[in-house]
Design a protein around this ligand. Structure first.
Ligand SMILES: Nc1ncnc2c1ncn2[C@@H]1O[C@H](COP(=O)(O)OP(=O)(O)OP(=O)(O)O)[C@@H](O)[C@H]1O
Ligand SMILES: [Mg+2]
Length: 250
């Protein structure tokens, strides 16, 4: 059974065909690397797959029969899908700890602010912040963290959702989680992706560093100008002439 798949989806921005007839299925319990040159449509595809941008044509299915375009993006975590952003999105004026608590309590921001946090929630927050090395920073405002720490906080939020609604969450899409990170942070993110895979989660990884793609991906999908130009194991996909040309030609 596939858990997230697209049928011939299209998204145009004015004259730009950002996603141009993409039909793909993500393998459950595997890490799929989604790669391609700058502007090839990776982030747009993630936005379409998470309901954040409406597509022009085609279909996206969660599981066998549920159509993604029938679901409100805010309800998507209830259907087991979450993501991180290429441009990090946090509650900037809130402390690190609250940035975690808010995703595992009420989904309504005001409701979450006034909800009394139970030890259960605090325990989850402590566990995931320790996992990414941010527990000591729990009282700092998200805004005051370094770039790398902010990326790790986004990852910690995914881990918190996974701890809290672990049985519901099945697919996590990461849009360039490694970009701009120091080696010790790369190790933390890398271990996180492997942990999620070992729990049977479906992981989609957008990444430009081919060493990371080779090391982590079970399967690779290559986009160029909004179209899939190659697919397969990392060794297979990355050796295709069309892929080498797409990267060298830019
Ligand atoms: N909101 C938008 N409005 C207009 N054009 C857009 C919008 N979002 C993306 N595009 C265009 O769609 C194309 C695909 O962009 P996208 O951000 O999906 O690429 P990407 O593969 O994620 O690139 P990168 O590796 O640089 O992050 C680009 O030509 C981009 O300029
Ligand atoms: Mg992008």
């Amino acid at each position: 059974m596939t858990i997230l798949r697209t049928q011939n989806i299209h998204k145009n921005f004015g004259g730009v065909k950002a996603v141009d007839g993409v039909s793909i299925a993500f393998e459950p319990g595997k890490i799929t690397g989604l790669i391609g040159p700058n502007g090839s449509g990776k982030s747009t595809l993630i936005n379409l797959l998470t309901g954040m941008t409406a597509f022009d044509n085609g279909l996206i299915y969660i599981g066998e029969h549920t159509r993604l375009d029938h679901i409100h993006p805010y309800d998507l975590p209830d259907f087991g899908i979450t993501r991180t952003f290429q441009d990090i999105r946090l509650f900037e004026q809130m402390p690190v700890l609250d940035n975690i608590l808010i995703v595992i309590t009420s989904r309504n921001v005001l409701g979450a602010l006034f909800e009394k946090h139970k030890k259960y929630h605090l325990d989850i927050a402590e566990k995931v912040l320790r996992q990414v090395g941010l527990w000591e920073k729990r009282d700092c405002l998200a805004h005051d963290l370094s770039y790398g720490q902010r990326k790790l906080l986004e990852i910690a939020r995914v881990l918190a959702l996974n701890e809290d609604g672990g049985e519901v969450l099945h697919t996590i899409l990461f849009d360039e989680p490694f970009a701009g990170l120091f080696p010790e942070m790369i190790k933390i993110v890398s271990e996180t992706l492997c942990l999620l895979r070992s729990q049977g989660k479906t992981v989609v990884l957008v990444e430009h560093n081919m060493d990371i793609i080779r090391e982590l991906s079970d399967h690779v999908i290559v986009l160029d100008s909004g179209q899939v130009i190659a697919e397969g194991t990392p060794a297979h996909a990355l050796s295709q002439a069309s892929v080498i040309e797409a990267y060298l030609g830019k």
